[in-house]
Design a binder for this molecule. Structure first.
Ligand SMILES: CC(C)(COP(=O)(O)OP(=O)(O)OC[C@H]1O[C@@H](n2cnc3c(N)ncnc32)[C@H](O)[C@@H]1OP(=O)(O)O)[C@@H](O)C(=O)NCCC(=O)NCCS
Length: 387
């Protein structure tokens, strides 16, 4: 297998981008990534696009063809990849496998979602299809509701408190202040979170990621050719994916995501690193409880200690591992299909020393963790400075 490098990155501002359509978002992020790689579009062999619910959200299917057309890339093959909120990381995995296998030499990977044209109720319905439609969504269990159940159980079993949950949001908003692409660039306090309206007890509005428009893109090449494109290649040294039951009620445990643990084990083995080697991580904080479970399941902290570690500052600058320097899904926003690719963009900027105002000094190793639904899909990638 060939080694794989990221040679170009690009993204749009995340937020309520009312003046940009779905296709505008993809074109902006894609052209930025291709320009950053210093290549012309006709050199690309293939593209993969992560998008979760374009049919329900904007009425557009067949987005691979749409993107090839609007990016001016015809007749290059572009393929849509879908795995709920993990669609972006799954598209990245397809790109990695195409380069690693030797089938393709230059691949563009994108992620996109246009969510803010619909009401919150309509978006919740579209997202809810990533759970078990018959036994969860049909019965009224939306994603805030499912993650609230996990939070309650974590509180009962480990003594996790609302303050600990809020500390995740406070930290991620603080990090997001320095990310000009973030949806929210404002600091908040624990009181802001605790006094915000309740969405699904114990999760308040500020415990939730928002509804977001945005796109992100990366260009991949074999590591052996990367230096002919860029002085600062970032190598993707591992890609792990795992599946679990689609319904939360069928799981052995409500306080861990087994798919995350398995995907992480695979990735650590491939990369020959341990959780202690990870200096910077972008993890899936769709709700504050999700980040607490992620930092436990990824092995950064023992089960039950993620909330306390966050409150004690162990997941911010100066701590054990800096988590969600972009602001995470919470503050940078969560355009669902774009999130996994945005995580790769942020980690590339960290490892290239370009994450202005939020740089983890001399970071060599980073990890991304992207979840689909309530944990039925999990994808973990490990990145290393390649220069
Ligand atoms: C939390 C949620 C229900 C709030 O939606 P809402 O009640 O309709 O909120 P509104 O859109 O009316 O926004 C009201 C205000 O709160 C802000 N806001 C909304 N969601 C926010 C969030 N998650 N964090 C911070 N601020 C938020 C808005 O910017 C707006 O501010 P403004 O009045 O200054 O413009 C919605 O963001 C949501 O469903 N989030 C979860 C998305 C999700 O499930 N993703 C998939 C995860 S698996």
């Amino acid at each position: 297998m060939r080694r794989v490098a990221i040679i170009g990155t690009g993204m749009t501002k995340f937020g309520e981008n009312w003046e940009q359509s779905y296709r505008d978002l993809v074109v902006e992020a894609g052209i930025r990534a291709i320009t950053d790689a210093g290549i012309s579009g006709d050199k690309i062999d293939a593209g993969y696009i992560g998008t979760m619910a374009s049919g329900k959200l904007i009425g557009q299917e067949h987005v691979g063809a749409l993107i090839a057309d609007y990016m001016g890339l015809n007749p290059i093959p572009i393929t849509r990849v879908e795995g709920a909120c993990a669609s972006g990381s799954l598209a990245l995995r397809e790109g990695i496998m195409a380069i690693a296998s030797g089938m393709k030499d230059l691949v563009v990977v994108g992620g996109v979602e246009k969510m803010t044209d619909l009401s919150t109720g309509e978006v919740s319905d579209a997202l809810g299809g990533a759970g078990d439609q018959e036994w969860e969504l049909f019965m009224g269990a939306t994603f805030p509701g499912l993650y609230a159940l996990m939070a309650r159980r974590h509180m009962k079993d480990y003594g996790t408190t609302s303050e600990m949950l809020a500390a995740v949001a406070v930290k991620n908003h603080k990090h997001g202040v320095h990310n000009k692409y973030a949806q929210y660039q404002n600091e908040i306090t624990i009181d802001t979170v605790l006094n915000s309206k309740m969405v699904a007890d114990p999760l308040h509005v500020f415990d939730c990621s928002p509804i977001t428009d945005g796109a992100a893109g990366v260009v991949l090449a074999p590591m052996e050719a990367a230096e002919s494109y860029t002085k600062k290649p970032v190598e993707i040294v591992a890609s792990g994916q795992a599946s679990d039951t689609i319904a939360l009620s069928s799981r052995d445990s409500m306080t861990e995501l087994k798919a995350t643990k398995i995907a992480a084990e695979k990735a650590y083995t491939q990369a020959r690193v341990s959780p202690k080697d990870i200096e910077v991580a972008e993890v899936h904080d769709c709700f504050t409880i999700a980040e607490i479970m992620a930092i436990e399941d990824l092995g950064f902290f023992r089960k039950g200690e993620g909330g306390k570690a966050t409150l004690e500052g162990k997941t911010t600058f100066g701590g054990d591992v800096v988590v969600n320097t972009s602001g995470g899904l919470k503050a940078a926003g969560h355009p669902v299909g774009a999130t996994g690719v945005k995580q790769a963009v942020e980690l590339t900027w960290q490892l290239r020393g370009e994450a202005e105002g939020r740089r983890v000094k001399v970071a060599q190793v980073g990890l991304s963790h992207n979840v689909g639904g309530s944990g039925a899909t999990a994808v973990v990638h490990i990145f290393k400075r390649g220069y």
